[in-house]
Design a binder for this molecule. Structure first.
Ligand code: FAD
Length: 348
């Protein structure tokens, strides 16, 4: 089969590449930076454990990656901070997510995916702006409607995860503090707010400093995301990952969505067309329901958020509440049909 060209060596591009390469199809990735992971910030991100059915190893295996070679840390508990109430502890027997460090260094997630792609012969062309003849477009977010401001830092604190909610910290979004093996990330993801110059990241840092959390050698970063729903079409060139709107609209968990969209593109090009279509149908249901959940989430005020956080903290299986929130059923379909035309739906 002729060579496949992919634009972008993010998670989505590398997922499509490893799948195609494992099927014996030659692949070249064109990347504008000089290495995968270079546009990331050494921050911790979580591979969520509630949207897809497979366990984490099978999920990676399906795409072509060996999860045993990925450095990650399971998270079984975290604290939720809302209003000025006592923080709520939420814990579960199964991990909520697996933390990975994003970046270009040896133990970083992006670099580990890159090494696995090299092992199966994927060809990378760095410092190259992708040509407009690529078969797969995986160049990341196109339109910003949400912002992420964060800080990576060093710390002597033990491993811990906190979620910080409320309009003072992250309007229509959420903020978090993750500490893992001496490194920490504080970040706030929020929607564009008109006529304001509030420094949400500063507010978050102040909040955690008041809890005596040691934060030093901070390196701030900024990024954009999109919570605008975009429909996806199955045709070449295929837009995958954030370039195709493949993400979880509720909380912005986009890594596994990017990987699975890469798999769908790989299958499509490998002439497994009906399997690719079925997979996309499944992902699109998850995307739609996450968009519905986002619309509901944006309507919550701080008191409502506290109410939900409390529900999670008293549940003995909070992960199952999250899993249920992503089940596509008759009610979800009706809600989707009602809102479908009222929100931005851009064809890719
Ligand atoms: C601060 C932050 C925290 C996040 N936290 C989480 C989390 O906890 N869990 C989670 O699941 N998701 C999280 N996400 C979302 C997740 O990181 C993204 O959904 C995912 O990385 C998107 O992957 P991608 O491959 O689609 O795009 P990207 O990672 O953006 O990759 C695109 C690649 O294309 C390259 N490129 C762009 N334009 C061109 C061009 N013209 N020519 C050649 N190359 C080009 C870029 O350099 C880049 O390497 C977070 C995002 C941010 C910003």
């Amino acid at each position: 089969m002729k060579e496949v060209n992919i634009a972008g060596s993010g998670i989505a591009g590398m997922s499509a590449a490893i799948y195609l390469s494992s099927k014996g199809i030659p692949v070249t990735i064109q990347e504008r930076k000089s290495r995968p992971g270079q546009s990331r910030h050494g921050d911790y991100e979580g591979l969520e454990n509630w949207i897809f059915d497979d366990n984490i190893s099978s999920f990676f295996y399906k795409i072509g990656f060996d999860y045993s070679k990925i450095k990650s840390h399971p998270v079984y508990k975290f604290k939720v901070h809302v209003l000025n109430e006592e923080p709520l502890l939420v814990k579960n027997k199964e991990p909520f997510f697996y933390l990975v460090k994003r970046g270009e260094k040896n133990n970083d997630f992006d670099n580990q995916l890159y090494q696995q792609c090299l092992d199966v012969g994927v060809d990378f062309r760095f410092n190259t702006i992708a040509s407009n003849k690529c078969d797969i477009i995986a160049t990341g977010t196109r339109k910003a409607s949400a912002y992420v401001c964060g800080s990576s830092f060093k710390t002597s604190e033990k491993n811990q995860v906190h979620l910080l909610l409320g309009h003072k910290f992250s309007p229509k979004g959420y903020a978090y503090l993750i500490i893992c093996n001496g490194f920490g990330t504080i970040a706030t993801a929020f929607k564009k707010v008109k006529n304001t110059n509030i420094n949400y990241l500063y507010n978050c840092k102040e909040y955690f400093r008041k809890l005596n959390i040691d934060i030093s050698n901070e390196k701030d970063f900024g990024s954009v995301g999109s919570f605008a729903f975009s429909s996806s079409k199955i045709r070449l060139p295929m837009h995958i990952g954030e370039a195709g709107g493949f993400q979880d609209y509720l909380f912005g968990f986009g890594m596994k969505m990017s990987m699975i969209s890469g798999l769908a593109a790989g299958m499509y090009i490998n002439r497994e067309r009906s399997e690719a279509k079925m997979l996309l149908k499944k992902i699109n249901k998850k995307r739609r329901i996450s968009f519905l959940n986002r619309i509901l989430y944006e309507r919550l005020n701080d008191e409502n958020m506290y109410y939900f956080a409390k529900k999670f903290s008293i549940s003995n299986n909070p992960l199952s509440i999250l899993e249920q929130a992503y089940v596509w059923d008759y009610k979800a379909l009706v809600r989707w049909l009602k809102i479908k035309n009222r929100y931005e739906v851009r064809p890719t």
